[in-house]
Design a protein around this ligand. Structure first.
Ligand SMILES: Cc1cc2nc3c(=O)[nH]c(=O)nc-3n(C[C@H](O)[C@H](O)[C@H](O)COP(=O)(O)OP(=O)(O)OC[C@H]3O[C@@H](n4cnc5c(N)ncnc54)[C@H](O)[C@@H]3O)c2cc1C
Length: 413
């Protein structure tokens, strides 16, 4: 059934566009209504391999776009840490990648899209046509209508391979001295942090810089996972021992201060895609991710406080990532990225203990003038959301009246 028929059929219920469910929280859930599955519409409608413009249906995965365009020397202008997200989901969450400091968010590279609204029908939106809806839909959490097709501008590359330049640092302070220069000289840059290191080694880690190589390799890497977690164990395997072992091994795997290597793009951008059902490792209760962004001025002390707070709660984060967001503005007025430093923490769900820690992390972030990522969230309070996005009422005004998500029900009422 198409979108408008569903809207007509379900006037008393609510609808929510759905991509591939790769958001960590409840922004892609609608327990009291119906999900509108877009994966069935995933065709490439046209591709101009001279200009690098691709026009696709919104249910196409980023991996499927790559398979189509890579052999012609084009790459995604911005890519998140998984290639299994749809074009529609990437626009609706205005996703960011390791090149935010240069390229900004995904939404910057969207030329136009078709948006279908229950009350206004189909319309083409671009920076010059229906611009208000264009700016509300990019980062609009799926609430403004269903994106059916979109055109994006790709990035020309000299190779899909990545020249990786990795720098080991012993403490958070050193990361902050390295990050600015790393962004100036590299297309991609992100730091992995050993979340368990304390004292003078607090915030130690590896700064993983990358640039496309120039060896003319345009081979598409199969997106098929090589490993799989075949079932959900009855308890989380991400326990204290696993955390300690992983963090120690990862930090010490690089012996020298600096290391250079050429790596395949799949391993550099999408390490978790290599393990099918990796989330099962967290056991039946799953995981929470917490992503904050804090302003540049006090970032060093706030990031240190956030990490120390997790340690003091006896709740180490398994995968901890730190990145500088640049000042390239997004067209989306609800977009999460803003200039500053963004810290991402992953926690196995241990019930109230984890929820109390997450509230504390929200509090520190908000007090510092920062924001919490809505599409990685399943529990933040309405107050924390409204402090993160004081402009939220504008999105509520432009929301399609039949669209609702569990997230929006929770934070915007
Ligand atoms: C391993 C992993 C790594 C990740 N790394 C990053 C990262 O580095 N950076 C980052 O920004 N994010 C990252 N994410 C999050 C992920 O990129 C986003 O949540 C993405 O938007 C999910 O897309 P999806 O297609 O699965 O959409 P869903 O999760 O299904 O939906 C996401 C939102 O988009 C809306 N939506 C979906 N399709 C449409 C449509 N056709 N029209 C209108 N609205 C629509 C939904 O209503 C929902 O609000 C990561 C996720 C995982 C699992």
């Amino acid at each position: 059934m198409d979108w408008q028929s569903q809207a007509m059929d379900a006037p008393k219920s609510s609808l929510l566009p759905f991509g591939n469910g790769r958001s960590y929280g409840d922004s892609c859930h609608n327990d009291k209504g119906v999900l509108l599955d877009n994966r069935g519409s995933a065709r490439v409608l046209s591709f101009d391999s001279t200009k690098g413009e691709i026009y696709c249906e919104s249910g196409i995965l980023l991996s499927e776009i790559l398979r189509h365009v890579l052999p012609e020397g084009w790459f995604l202008p911005v890519t998140p840490g998984t290639q299994f997200v749809t074009l529609g989901g990437a626009i609706a969450n205005d996703v960011h990648g390791k090149n935010h400091h240069r390229a900004g968010t995904f939404g910057r590279h969207v030329q136009s899209f078709e948006l279908i609204r229950s009350n206004r029908g189909a319309r083409i939106c671009s920076p010059t046509k229906n611009a208000e809806l264009f700016n509300a839909t990019i980062g609009g959490l799926g609430l403004t209508g269903n994106i059916t097709r979109a055109t994006i501008q790709l990035m020309k590359i000299a190779s899909a391979d990545i020249n990786q330049y990795s720098v080991k640092f012993d403490r958070l302070q050193d990361y902050f001295s390295l990050a600015g220069e790393a962004d100036r000289t590299n297309e991609y840059s992100v730091a992995w942090i050993d979340s368990l290191a304390r004292g003078k080694n607090l915030g130690r880690g590896l700064l993983l810089n990358g640039n496309h190589a120039d060896n003319g390799n345009f081979q598409y890497n199969s997106a098929k996972a090589r490993l799989s977690v075949p079932f959900t164990p009855p308890f989380s395997l991400i326990n204290g021992l696993a955390l300690k072992t992983f963090n120690q091994l990862y930090y010490h795997k690089q012996q020298k201060r600096e290391a250079r290597s050429r790596v395949a793009y799949g391993g550099y951008f999408y390490p978790l895609d290599g393990i099918r059902h990796w989330n099962r490792l967290y056991g039946p209760k799953g995981l929470f991710q917490h992503q904050s962004v804090v302003p540049v001025d006090n970032a060093e002390s706030i990031v240190a406080r956030l990490i120390e707070t997790t340690q003091n709660a006896g709740h180490g984060s398994f995968l901890t990532v730190l990145k500088r967001f640049g000042d390239v503005p997004s067209p989306g007025f609800m977009s999460f990225p803003r200039e500053g430093f963004t810290l991402t923490l992953d926690f196995p769900n241990s019930g109230n203990k984890t929820l109390a820690l997450l509230d504390r992390l929200d509090e520190i972030t908000i007090q510092a003038g920062g924001a919490i990522n809505p599409y990685k969230d399943a529990r933040m309070s309405a107050d924390a959301f409204k402090a993160s996005f004081p402009q939220w009422k504008k999105l509520e005004e432009l929301r399609d009246p039949v669209i609702m998500s569990d997230f929006w029900r929770r934070v915007a009422s």
